[in-house]
Design a binder for this molecule. Structure first.
Ligand code: NAG
Ligand code: NAG
Ligand code: NAG
Length: 669
C-alpha cells in the first residue's frame, strides 16, 4: 500500500508471538503487530456471549428498570424491584418504622408479633433495632401487610426513591468477578470461565446503551486480556472510534486495536459494539515487550492540578504515591530546552500526536487530562526512561465535538497555547516542524485518496450490523438499551443516520433540559466525508502544502459538488416539568442547587425539582451556603456546577460528584 509506514519506532518492532492468523485488512502493514484477536476479527464480526449468575443478572438488568419504576414521577408497581438482590425487607422495615413511614401505633398485636421476628423495640431510644442475621426473613406479602396496616402509602410509594428504604445500586457501576464468556467466530466457540465483567466507559455510562469491560482471568482471548465493548452512542456513524485507532496506528504511534462485536448477556441480544483492547499491562507486553509493567497511568482533569499531566498509576496500590511519577513531574518542572526534555520524554511522538489531534479532530483530548494515558518505557540496557503519551476514546472525533468547524487552524482547534509543553516545544502554526509533520500525516493517511475508500469499505461491512442494532423489535425496543428516566437525543440516531453521517449528512442532537424554557444542549456531528475532505483542503490551503496528489479525487463530481444535508433529533424527557427528574415530595427538603430549569433539592440521595420553586425556611443555614454556590470543589480550584445536572464522574471513593460545564470540570453539591 502507498502509505506503508516508514516512521515506526524501533521499540515497536518487537516480535510478538502470534499464530498465523490471516490478516484480512490490508490497511495495516505487519510491522506493528496487533493481537491475534484483532487479526481474526478484521471484517468478521464475532458474537460475544456473556453468562452471569442469576443474582448478577438481576443486579444489572433490574437496577436500571427499578431506578425508573421507583422514581416518583414514573412510579410503577414492580415486584421484581422489591425482592431484587439488593433488597433486605427486614432492614427496609426497620428503616420504615424508625422514620415513621409505618406508624407502629396503628399496628395490631399480630403485626407487632410479626415485627418482633426481625426487629426489637428499644424503649430508651424509641427506635427499632434490626435483629442481626435474623433467621426470619420477611416475605413481600408480609411486608405489604404491615405497610397497609401502618401507613397510607402504597407499596410502590414506600419503595420509591425519596423514602430510601432499599436504595438501588446504580447499574452503571455494575461489576462482577463471576462471569463467563463464549467467543463465537466462524462457527468456532472459544470459552473462558473466569471473567470479570463490568459496565464501562465514561460518558456513555449515562446512556441507555452502556459500554462494558471484560477482563479475562484465565489466560487470554487470542492474545488479549482486557476487552472493551463500547456503544459509541454519541457517534451516528459508528465508525469514528475505529477509524481513529486505525489512523493512529498507520502513522506509527502506539495505540489500541479496534473491531466490532455483537454481544449477548444470558441470551439477551445487546446489539453491536466497538470492541477494543485497553492500555493495560498485557497491551504493554504485546506492544513494547515489557512484562508486568507497573508504569501505566490514567489521566483525568479530576486528578490534581499539575500543568503538564494529571495522571495516577493504574495500579490501585501504587496510585498517587508513585515516586517514579513524581520524579517525572519534578523533571518536567525544571526542563528549559527540548534537548533536556528528549532525555526522558518521547517528544517526536508527542508532536505527532498533537498534530494528529488537529487533523483527526481529537478535541476532547486536552493534553495530560481526559482520554489520555501515559506509559514509561524503561530501557534495561541503557537504564534510560522514555515517557510516552497515549490517547483513546475517539467517538467524538472527526467533527463530532461541540460546534465543529472544518475551517480552523491548529491553534483555533487545539487551543492549548498556555500548556507548558506547547510553549516549550513551540507548538503552533508557525513552527515548520508542526507543518512538516502535518504534511507527512496527510500524505500517509489523512487524505481523501485513502480515507474515502476506507470509510466506504468499513461502512459496507458494518451496514447490516448497524441496521440490526438500530431497528426496533415488535415491541418497539432496541437491543441492549436499558430504561432510563433521562434519555439522550444522541440515542435517537437511526440506521438512516448511519447511512447519511458516514457521507455528508450532519446529525444534530438537541437535549431539552425541561419543557418550559429553552435550556438546551445541541450536539453536532458533521458527515465523516465532509470532515475528511474539508479539513484536508483547509489544511492544504492554510499551511500552503502541495496537495496535488488529491486533485483528481477532489475534482470528481462526488467530492467537489456534494450537498450537505442536516437531520436534527430533539428530545424532551418526561418527569418533573420535562426534566426527567422527579418533583420533590417532602416538605422539609432543602435547596441543593439551582439552574435554568429551577430549584433543586435532594431526596433519597437523588436530585428532585421544586416544581413551583423553593420556599426557604427561615432557619436554614446550610441552604444559604448552597444557594451561594459554596461547594467542595472550590477548595480544589474547580468551580461549582451551576447549570448541569449531568454527572460525568462519580468519585465514590472520595464522595465527590463531578460534572462538566462550559468545557471545564465542576463540582456538584
Ligand atoms: C508477571 O506476573 C505473573 C503473574 O503475577 C507472573 O507469573 C510472572 O512471573 C511475572 N513475569 C515477570 C517477567 O515478572
Ligand atoms: C411545573 O409543573 C407544575 C405542575 O404541572 C406547574 O404548576 C408549574 O407551573 C410548572 N413550572 C414551570 C416553570 O413551567
Ligand atoms: C457557564 O457559563 C454560563 C453562561 O455564561 C454561566 O452562567 C455559568 O456560571 C458558567 N458555569 C461555570 C461553572 O463557570
Amino acid at each position: 500500500m502507498e502509505f506503508i509506514n516508514k516512521f515506526l519506532f524501533v521499540f515497536m518492532i518487537i516480535c510478538v508471538h502470534l499464530r498465523n492468523a490471516v490478516a484480512l485488512d490490508n490497511f495495516f502493514d505487519n510491522s506493528s503487530p496487533r493481537p491475534e484477536l484483532f487479526e481474526l476479527t478484521d471484517f468478521n464480526v464475532p458474537d460475544i456471549k456473556i453468562t452471569l449468575n442469576d443474582k448478577d443478572f438481576q443486579l444489572l438488568f433490574y437496577s436500571f428498570e427499578c431506578e425508573k419504576d421507583t422514581n416518583p414521577n414514573y412510579l410503577k408497581r414492580n415486584e421484581k424491584c422489591y425482592t431484587a438482590p439488593w433488597v433486605n425487607l427486614n432492614s427496609a422495615l426497620t428503616i420504615a418504622l424508625n422514620k415513621a413511614y409505618i406508624d407502629r401505633n396503628r399496628l395490631t398485636q399480630t403485626d407487632l408479633a410479626l415485627i418482633s421476628n426481625v426487629a426489637t423495640f428499644n424503649d430508651a431510644t424509641q427506635q427499632y433495632e434490626e435483629i442481626p442475621n435474623s433467621v426470619y426473613t420477611l416475605s413481600l406479602p408480609e411486608f405489604e401487610q404491615l405497610v397497609q396496616a401502618g401507613s397510607d402509602l402504597k407499596l410502590e410509594e414506600i419503595f420509591s426513591q425519596p423514602y430510601a428504604i432499599a436504595p438501588i445500586p446504580s447499574g452503571m457501576y455494575f461489576e462482577t468477578e463471576e462471569a463467563s464468556l463464549a467467543f463465537e467466530l466462524d462457527n468456532t466457540v472459544t470459552e473462558k470461565s473466569k471473567v470479570k465483567f463490568s459496565v464501562g466507559g465514561r460518558s456513555t455510562k449515562f446512556f441507555a446503551k452502556v459500554g462494558y469491560n471484560i477482563n479475562i482471568k484465565d489466560g487470554n482471548l487470542f492474545g488479549v486480556k482486557q476487552l472493551r465493548l463500547r456503544s459509541v452512542a454519541v457517534d451516528p456513524s459508528f465508525l469514528r472510534d475505529k477509524l481513529a485507532y486505525d489512523l493512529t496506528r498507520a502513522i506509527g504511534l502506539p495505540t489500541l486495536s479496534e473491531n466490532f462485536a455483537r454481544l449477548y448477556i444470558n441470551d439477551n441480544f445487546m446489539g453491536l459494539y466497538a470492541m477494543r483492547d485497553a492500555y493495560k499491562t498485557k497491551w504493554v507486553e504485546y506492544t513494547f515487550g515489557e512484562k508486568n509493567s507497573t508504569h501505566l497511568y490514567t489521566c483525568s482533569d479530576a486528578f490534581g492540578d499539575n500543568a503538564f499531566f494529571r495522571c495516577v498509576n493504574d495500579e490501585e496500590e501504587i496510585n498517587d504515591q508513585d515516586p517514579d511519577w513524581n520524579a517525572f513531574l519534578d523533571k518536567l518542572a525544571t526542563v528549559n530546552t527540548r534537548e533536556q526534555l528528549e532525555e526522558f520524554f518521547d517528544v517526536k511522538s508527542y508532536i505527532k500526536t498533537q498534530v494528529s489531534r488537529y487533523l483527526f479532530g481529537s478535541l476532547d483530548h486536552i493534553s495530560g487530562t481526559n482520554n489520555n494515558d501515559m506509559y514509561r518505557i524503561h530501557d534495561d540496557l541503557t537504564g534510560k526512561d522514555q515517557w510516552i503519551q497515549l490517547l483513546y476514546d475517539f467517538d467524538m472525533n472527526f467533527g463530532n465535538f461541540q460546534t465543529p468547524d472544518t475551517h480552523r487552524s491548529f491553534e483555533e482547534d487545539v487551543p492549548e497555547q498556555s500548556n507548558p509543553m506547547y510553549q516549550l516545544l513551540n507548538l503552533n502554526s508557525q513552527n515548520p516542524e508542526v507543518v512538516s509533520v502535518m504534511d507527512e500525516i496527510m500524505r500517509t493517511v489523512f487524505n481523501p485518496n485513502v480515507l474515502i475508500d476506507r470509510i466506504d469499505k468499513l461502512k459496507a461491512f458494518i451496514d447490516p450490523y448497524v441496521k440490526e442494532d438500530r431497528t426496533p423489535d415488535a415491541n418497539g425496543n432496541l437491543p441492549g438499551r436499558f430504561p432510563l428516566t433521562i434519555e439522550r437525543p444522541e440515542e435517537l440516531a437511526t440506521y438512516e443516520d448511519f447511512l447519511g453521517n458516514t457521507e455528508f449528512t450532519t446529525i444534530k442532537a438537541n437535549q431539552h433540559f425541561n419543557n418550559f424554557n429553552d435550556h438546551t444542549n445541541l450536539q453536532t456531528a458533521l458527515g465523516l466525508k465532509q470532515w475528511v475532505i474539508e479539513r484536508f483542503k483547509y489544511a492544504c490551503e492554510y499551511y500552503n502544502l502541495d496537495c496535488s496528489y488529491a486533485d483528481e479525487i477532489l475534482s470528481s463530481p462526488a467530492y467537489s459538488n456534494y450537498k450537505i444535508e442536516e437531520v436534527q433529533h430533539d428530545l424532551t424527557n418526561e418527569g418533573c416539568n420535562g426534566t426527567g427528574y422527579a418533583c420533590c415530595i417532602f416538605s422539609d427538603t432543602t435547596l441543593a442547587s439551582q439552574d435554568p430549569s429551577g430549584d433543586w433539592g435532594k431526596e433519597g440521595d437523588k436530585f428532585c425539582l421544586f416544581e413551583n420553586g423553593y420556599q426557604a425556611p427561615k432557619d436554614a443555614v446550610a441552604v444559604e451556603a448552597n444557594a451561594n454556590g459554596q461547594c467542595w470543589s472550590l477548595a480544589k480550584g474547580f468551580p461549582c456546577c451551576e447549570m448541569t445536572k449531568e454527572v460525568t464522574f462519580n468519585d465514590e471513593a472520595n464522595g465527590e460528584i463531578w460534572g462538566i460545564e462550559n468545557g471545564t470540570w465542576c463540582g456538584m453539591l
